[in-house]
Write a protein that binds this ligand. Structure first.
Ligand SMILES: [Zn+2]
Length: 57
């Protein structure tokens, strides 16, 4: 299994699994990778409700 963000190999019993907004299971080796991935997604334009909340006036 590889990290969904940095593609580093994840050893069994380590890392974490996160479900994205499409219901897809994403493996991460660290919370740092998880945050980077989620931040990139959150930055996308198809999250209009998120843009509204982050001070876009
Ligand atoms: Zn990673």
């Amino acid at each position: 299994m590889k990290c969904a963000f940095c593609s580093k190999a994840i050893e069994e019993g380590t890392g974490m699994m996160v479900v994205d907004r499409n219901g897809k299971l994403l493996p991460f080796d660290s919370t740092k990778c998880e945050k980077n991935m989620l931040k990139l997604n959150r930055d996308s334009r198809d999250f209009k409700w998120a843009n509204n909340q982050s001070g876009r006036k």
